[in-house]
Write a protein that binds this ligand. Structure first.
Ligand SMILES: C[S@@+](CC[C@H](N)C(=O)[O-])C[C@H]1O[C@@H](n2cnc3c(N)ncnc32)[C@H](O)[C@@H]1O
Length: 338
């Protein structure tokens, strides 16, 4: 049975795994840390744990044993209750499915990008890495130096959780780095020095690089998001570069305009204008972005895909057409000079 078949079987299944929290989460260290996150962190930083909770609860398709520890009890319970309600109501989309598809899309494109690099071993930079555990769960990174960039508090909390997991008796949660190396770079992407900090941490500007911008661009202002994209585009002049990023359209950011800032309705036109080549755009539910999780033709994502992208509101009910675009692009010195 293929992975996609597996996915559709568990979606039809009557049961969803019960939420069983690891004992580690109630240890003094982790309970205390997650209490601090809940009370002291702003929504930007907390989004790291929220994303991890989604991954932990979609464990039938994402193998990420650390996600539960990164998420903490509150986020896990919140999303679990939503999933339960959706299943009870026979909802066409189960909460968190968009996150599951997005994660699997980035995993598959990263793996393909690394296997296509001559000799492998491209460096991988995760901007706004949050509680991403790819360095611990993807064997395709075994030749790659990985750099995780995020706010200092987020990276510090992540390191604390990993230390607690490493010293626990619970082998299921023991973190093993599958990447060649992992370097955390504490930096703010809205400041001008993040690239310098990345370079002083060992990032090599002339070495092939895959950039992962997952769940980050729309938290930045238009100006800052464009600055980040231009910095990455400039790297195409130096070396083989692959960019993997998700973009919200304007209608998606309008759903929560205090949270989401940067939007782009036509990222497949924006990226070539910055110098990227081989730009491909996928929407959630497209053949390379459903993983057997979006079979119902009438679910929100499939309905959106059937409408031209220029349409701003659903013709049936006038609701905004909020879209998440998954973009892959690349660049290299040869292509820039031709
Ligand atoms: C929704 S989370 C996504 C995390 C991760 N990419 C993932 O998919 O699990 C967004 C992350 O971006 C980080 N972030 C937001 N604004 C940032 C900034 N200005 N500088 C560095 N990190 C930032 C947050 O701290 C958070 O970890």
């Amino acid at each position: 049975m293929s992975n996609d078949d597996n996915a559709s079987v568990f979606l039809k299944d009557e049961t969803w795994p019960e939420l069983r929290l690891s004992e580690l989460l109630s240890s003094d260290t982790l309970a205390g840390l997650h209490a601090t996150i809940k009370s002291n962190w702003d929504f930007l930083r907390r989004s790291a744990c929220q994303t991890a909770a989604g991954r932990a609860l979609w464990k039938q398709v994402i193998h990420d044993p650390l996600a539960e520890l990164f998420a903490g009890e509150t986020f896990l319970r919140n999303i679990y209750e939503k999933i339960k309600k959706d299943r009870l109501n026979n909802a066409r989309e189960i909460s968190g499915v968009i996150l599951a598809v997005r994660t699997l899309w980035f995993d598959s494109k990263l793996e393909a990008a690394l296997s296509s690099h001559d000799g492998g071993g491209a460096q991988v930079v995760l901007l706004g890495a949050g509680m991403d555990a790819r360095s611990h769960r993807l064997s395709c990174l075994k030749e790659s130096s990985v750099f995780e960039v995020d706010f200092p508090e987020v990276l510090h909390a992540k390191a604390t959780i990993l230390e607690a997991a490493a010293s626990s008796r619970d082998k299921h949660h023991h973190p093993i780095v599958t990447a060649k190396s992992l370097t955390r770079v504490a930096a703010d992407l809205t400041e001008d020095d993040w690239l310098e900090k990345l370079e002083t941490s060992g990032f090599e500007p002339n070495k092939s690089t895959v950039w992962i911008l997952e769940g980050i661009l729309y938290y930045l202002s238009q100006t800052n998001a464009m600055k980040v994209l231009k910095i990455i585009a400039e790297k195409c002049n130096l070396t083989k570069t692959v960019l993997l990023a998700d973009f919200m359209n304007k209608q998606a950011t309008a759903l929560s305009s205090s949270t989401f800032l940067f939007y782009c309705d036509w990222p497949d036109e924006l990226l070539p204008s910055l110098g990227f080549a081989d730009v491909t755009l996928s929407q959630i539910g497209d053949p390379d972005a459903h993983f057997g999780l979006l079979q119902d033709p009438l679910n929100l994502f499939n309905k959106l895909r059937s409408l031209p992208r220029s349409i701003q509101t659903h013709p049936d009910d006038g609701t905004p057409c909020g879209r998440l675009y998954l973009l892959q692009a690349s660049g290299s010195p040869n292509q820039m000079s031709s």
